[in-house]
Write a protein that binds this ligand. Structure first.
Ligand SMILES: C[S@@+](CC[C@H](N)C(=O)[O-])C[C@H]1O[C@@H](n2cnc3c(N)ncnc32)[C@H](O)[C@@H]1O
Length: 281
């Protein structure tokens, strides 16, 4: 993929930061921070020119647009959130060469709006962890893929985390409540290890499972926006955390105090996502 496209996309995404509604800001930051793993995965896709496929749960559409550019294929970015689709459409606006390759389609991963055996490939990244019935999502992908077509999935597993020094217990408490809230909504932050098994049970032949590590040393200033953004990510869910009795206001305050001090020390952190490729026999 030409560097110029990646750079242009990163710049457009970064320009968006001040204008996106606050509840989408964390997703935008994630899209920027995880660009390296996304691009490593895309480079290995091996899509035949002229093929057609889907990027399901396309979010801001970075992966959708990068696949279309790298492999000169037809691809639909599919998402159940109309605001996400609108933002992806607006990001693509200036990239006129993508207009006849990429479409933005409303749709649910549990009921894809496509006929059987109609697609050559399906990608889905950081989506299954949020889906209440991920096995059914895999069955839907199987249904829509043509025989021989492939599925490419990237997702997280919170078992794949290294950190030193460890998070202070009070902040750990906040993060654990946050993770439980995702679980209560039907999500799963340990889904990475399960996907290959479920794929095989659905009838896919699993080819590769690659952990993609991201490691960094951090030494943030107290006023670094990254600290504010991390706090914001949890703060947006405070009402839900309190209502489901996963966290109390006192625990939130205690967590906040230790978090600000801790992130401003020198730290090492690494986490991995899993990139999984399988095909429909
Ligand atoms: C964490 S974002 C990932 C975005 C993008 N794939 C990426 O890697 O940057 C998850 C996306 O999946 C979408 N999503 C969640 N559940 C979905 C469902 N059941 N059907 C379709 N899209 C869904 C969300 O609206 C969001 O845009």
């Amino acid at each position: 993929m030409p560097n110029t496209f990646a750079e242009a996309l990163d710049a457009s995404l970064a320009n968006f930061l001040d204008s996106v509604p606050i509840r989408y800001r964390w997703l935008l930051l994630q899209t920027l921070y995880t660009a390296a793993s996304r691009r490593q995965g895309i480079a290995k896709l091996g899509i035949q020119p002229g093929s057609k496929g889907l990027d399901v749960g396309s979010g801001f559409g970075a992966m959708t647009m990068e696949i279309a550019t790298a492999w000169s294929c037809q691809i639909d970015g599919v998402d159940h959130d109309p605001t996400m689709l609108e933002m992806a459409r607006s990001l693509m606006g200036p990239m006129t060469w993508l207009q006849d390759k990429v479409r933005w389609i409303p749709g649910d991963i549990l009921a894809l709006p496509y006929p059987e055996q109609s697609q050559d490939f399906i990608c889905t990244r950081f989506v299954l962890q949020h889906v209440p019935d991920p096995k059914r999502a895999l069955q839907e992908m199987y249904r829509v893929l043509r025989p021989g077509g492939f599925v490419y999935i990237e997702d997280i597993d919170e078992g794949l985390v290294l950190q030193y020094p460890p998070a202070p217990p009070a902040w750990d408490r906040v993060l654990s409540a946050f993770s439980h809230l995702q679980q209560e909504r039907g999500g799963d932050r340990q889904i990475g290890r399960k996907i290959p098994v479920w794929l095989a049970q659905t009838g896919f032949a699993v080819h590769t499972i690659e952990p993609q590590w991201m490691a960094e040393m951090t030494h943030l200033e107290h006023n670094d926006p990254a600290i504010q953004w991390e706090i914001e990510r949890v703060a947006l869910e405070l009402d839900a955390l309190y209502a489901s009795h996963l966290l109390t206001p006192e625990e939130w305050q205690a967590g906040l105090e230790t978090f600000r001090d801790q992130v401003a020390t020198i730290a090492f952190q690494a986490n991995a996502s899993l990139q999984i490729r399988a095909h429909r026999a």
